[in-house]
Design a protein around this ligand. Structure first.
Ligand code: FAD
Ligand code: NAG
Ligand code: NAG
Ligand code: NAG
Length: 338
């Protein structure tokens, strides 16, 4: 690289942008990095997520190897934080989970994490009767959960501590970035669609209910997107729905009623749990997830968006690739100038 330090912007302050910024600061010391976004913390889709480390089996990068590498690298990244005393402040916790089905065995398996997590096994017959009724298939696994309500402020604090800058602003065009930055990371989630139209990016609408259930120590998954996931502060996430190409950001009372009915049937003790919030999030779904470079309006851009329902767990693996691509772009630029 040449002597002047490169000026780098990360657009987006969800789990993807914040994780890219964190890894950038580790890779490029003494570089000023600016995060630009119009929504932060609890206003991002990231904060709606339960953040459990369990990818859907259709989660997809450009190749099978890359998909697996993203997942493995993400797991290692989270494990490194989990080992430190900062884990609770960063929103990380270990969690065990049952996944049951009345209809299909395949939904209880997960080729993407079975070789990675400490335990992933088929349940015994009597475990099928633990809760709910009529389960025919099930698996038990141990994994982790990342609560973005804590993770995002934790990264932000350390980012600012290391000299990072934050700007609250909506980006409407690239032309505005050209004179100010040498490299831009596009971590805009669903914003990438609106900004100038990536038609492969589709909203997968989600709705959840947050309830007080400090007694809940495990996660449970059932058929029809039914899930019950404990949280670090005793607040559990109940879900959910997965509505393709739906852009409604309002809470739908019929979805709430359906989620509550399915979850209470699963774990009747939830009937007494106090409801803290109803939330909606549009998952930025894209097949495959986009992690690649592009020169747009003369600006060097690295895209990192389209993580669908798995952006929290997989942020680190994709961010590592995005950062590597960006650093390579800066280096090749420096050479061509000599
Ligand atoms: C109900 C639900 C449950 C989920 N559960 C899980 C789970 O258990 N595990 C998991 O891994 N994932 C889960 N997800 C998915 C996860 O939330 C997403 O994949 C992830 O949050 C995407 O992160 P992101 O940073 O790309 O997007 P976002 O969090 O939406 O952040 C986008 C950022 O870009 C900024 N931005 C966009 N456009 C512009 C612009 N033009 N100018 C400036 N800034 C802009 C926004 O302000 C924001 O800061 C769930 C999602 C939902 C909705
Ligand atoms: C980073 O920004 C600060 C002021 O905002 C400036 O003093 C410093 O020189 C910059 N560092 C680099 C490496 O550009
Ligand atoms: C991912 O990790 C698992 C378990 O450690 C290992 O068996 C597998 O080879 C790894 N795959 C890749 C692509 O890194
Ligand atoms: C992000 O990528 C999308 C799709 O190419 C594009 O429409 C959008 O302008 C990009 N945004 C930024 C800030 O780089």
């Amino acid at each position: 690289m040449d002597n002047s330090s490169p000026r780098i912007a990360v657009i987006g302050a969800g789990v993807i942008g914040m994780t890219v910024a964190k890894i950038l600061q580790q890779e490029l010391r003494n570089t000023n990095i600016t995060i630009i976004a119009n929504e932060f913390l609890e206003d991002t889709v990231s904060c709606v997520a339960a953040g459990i480390f369990r990818p859907g089996t259709s989660f997809k990068g450009p190749t099978k190897d890359i998909t697996k590498k993203w997942i493995n690298n993400s797991w290692s990244f989270w494990q490194d934080i989990l080992k430190t005393p900062e884990a609770p402040e960063a929103g990380l916790m270990s969690v065990s989970s049952y996944i049951f089905s009345k209809e299909n065995q395949f939904v209880t398996r997960n080729h993407l994490i079975e070789d990675l997590v400490p335990i992933y096994r088929t349940v015994e017959k009597d475990e099928l009767k633990l809760c709910g009724e009529g389960w025919k298939y099930g698996s038990y696994f141990s994994t982790i959960k990342i609560g973005c309500d804590r993770y995002l402020p934790w990264v932000e604090k350390s980012f600012i501590g290391k000299g990072g800058k934050i700007e609250i602003k909506k980006i409407d065009s690239f032309a505005s970035l050209r004179s100010k930055f040498d490299l831009v990371f596009n971590c805009t989630g669903m914003g990438a669609k609106v900004l100038c139209g990536d038609h492969d990016l589709v909203a997968l609408r989600g709705q959840v209910i947050k309830v007080k259930a400090p007694w809940l120590k495990m996660a449970f998954y059932g058929d029809y997107d039914t899930y019950i996931i404990p949280g670090i502060d005793g607040v559990a996430t109940l879900g959910g729905v997965r509505q393709y190409d739906s852009y409604n950001k309002e809470v739908c009372k019929y979805d709430s009623a359906a989620i509550l009915e399915r979850c209470c049937k699963f774990l009747p003790a939830l009937k007494k749990a106090e409801i803290v919030a109803h939330q909606v999030g549009l998952r930025p779904h894209r097949m495959p997830v986009r992690v690649e470079p592009e020169v747009m309006d003369g600006v060097k851009v690295v895209h990192c968006y389209g993580h669908g329902g798995y952006g929290v767990m997989c942020a680190p693996g994709t961010a590592m690739d995005a950062v590597k691509i960006g650093v390579d772009m800066l280096r090749s630029n420096a050479r061509s100038k000599m």
